[in-house]
Design a protein around this ligand. Structure first.
Ligand code: ZN
Length: 93
């Protein structure tokens, strides 16, 4: 899925509105139960963190994110953040 597809197909993980000019991918501190997309942390070696696509307005307003996104066979599938297992915070070093 490329940027144009994300903009065309995905909704915001906070307000469920349209994604604007910028695409903001936010890692959620929850485990992704799917393959793509997910975030990792090069410092802790953690991987498989769920991410959300969020619109600029919600980034500016720091609105709570309610949905993580999975890209499955070219289409977005949404997962309620509350249903995903929390990743314990780890301090590197
Ligand atoms: Zn939004």
């Amino acid at each position: 899925m490329n940027e144009a597809d994300i903009r065309r197909l995905c909704r915001c993980g906070a307000c469920r509105g349209r994604i604007g000019r910028r695409i903001n991918l936010v890692s959620l501190g929850r485990k992704a139960t799917w393959e793509y997309p997910s975030a990792g942390n090069v410092l802790t070696g953690a991987s498989g963190e769920a991410v959300a696509v969020v619109c600029d307005g919600c980034i500016d307003d720091k609105r709570d994110i309610v949905e993580a996104v999975e890209f499955r066979e070219g289409a977005p599938v949404y997962h309620p953040v509350d249903e995903l297992e929390k990743i314990p915070e780890t301090v590197p070093g």
